[in-house]
Design a binder for this molecule. Structure first.
Ligand SMILES: [Zn+2]
Length: 299
């Protein structure tokens, strides 16, 4: 079987899939130990060892924050104990199977491309996670594009396209140092921030509750949000022209956004008769762990 691990700040999920049918054979969870690196390694290793009791592991894919630098050391991880560590080398001691690592957006892209919302795609898709932040992954010719600097497919810190203060609200200084990053508007955090700055303090759930009651501010805000995300997706179409764009993360669960997004997309694409669809993921929270398992099956 192929093993996928989804490592988060609070829990580690492991899934063993049949390597031919992709049927789920075993699913396990463990608490992520974040106090020491050694404790963290043990918490990951125990999931691998438990899954191994259910069958022969042929490969291990790991979905995790951060990336691996040229020296093989972790960098940019929210799980800060990982940074500077040879995580892949340490976790594969005494394990003689291929191990690969990717971020959550790349795993979402792979999961949905393999047999989810993008399974009809001929050879490309873009996946965007709109949750606390905004991460994205790109598949071209059936493979993840990681890129020279590990930035392939990342659009969260590009400027929001067609930004206008009178439409989108005041300028936002992002933690990355740039102004008006896409993430600051289209993430779940950005969704609530923009509304709160314009009308009154509210979180995403409260905004959608108001929307369902026909509140004019919430209705206008969802329309603006979809307009912003449609601009982002139009830029993707203009540059990559993928077969499909798949959304994941908390905001992707708002079904009302899809008709709005798809209606607005053509307003911003270079040609106005594009047929690209923006769709919801199929596998939800399982996309990370499934996509991780598929890391070795690309191409
Ligand atoms: Zn930024």
């Amino acid at each position: 079987m192929i093993l996928g691990l989804d490592i988060g700040g609070t829990k580690i999920e492991g899934v063993g899939l049949d390597s031919v049918t992709f049927e789920t054979l075993v699913t396990l969870r463990n608490v992520t130990h974040t106090e020491t690196y050694e404790g963290f390694l043990l918490s990951v290793r125990s999931v691998i060892d438990e899954v191994a009791k259910h069958g022969n592991i042929e490969s291990i894919g790991i979905g995790c924050c951060g990336s691996v630098d040229k020296a093989g050391l972790m960098q940019g991880a929210n799980l800060v104990i990982l940074n500077g560590q040879n995580f892949i080398g340490d976790i594969t001691k005494n394990i003689n199977v291929p191990v690969a690592i990717a971020n959550d957006a790349d795993c979402l892209a792979l999961s949905e491309f393999k047999d989810g919302a993008a399974k009809e795609a001929q050879n490309s898709c873009v996946a965007i996670i709109i949750g606390t932040g905004c991460g994205s992954g790109l598949i071209v010719h059936n493979k993840l594009v990681t890129g020279l600097n590990n930035l392939g497919g990342e659009l969260g810190h590009n400027p929001l396209p067609n930004y206008l203060a009178e439409v989108d609200g005041s300028e936002v200084l992002c933690y990355c140092g740039s102004k008006n990053c896409t993430e600051a508007f289209v993430s779940g955090t950005g969704f609530a921030r923009t509304f709160s700055a314009k009308y009154h303090q509210a979180n995403s759930k409260e905004i959608m509750h108001q929307y369902k009651q026909g509140d004019s501010q919430a209705v206008a805000h969802l329309d603006l949000y979809c307009d912003q995300l449609a601009r982002v997706c139009a830029n993707i179409v203009n540059f990559v022209d993928p077969d499909v764009i798949v959304l994941g993360g908390g905001i992707s669960n708002i079904d009302e956004i899809y008709p709005l997004l798809n209606a607005k997309l053509n307003q911003y694409t270079f040609t106005k008769n594009t047929v690209t669809k923006i769709v919801k993921n199929v596998y939800g929270d399982s996309s990370g762990v499934r996509g991780a398992a598929f890391l070795h099956l690309q191409g």
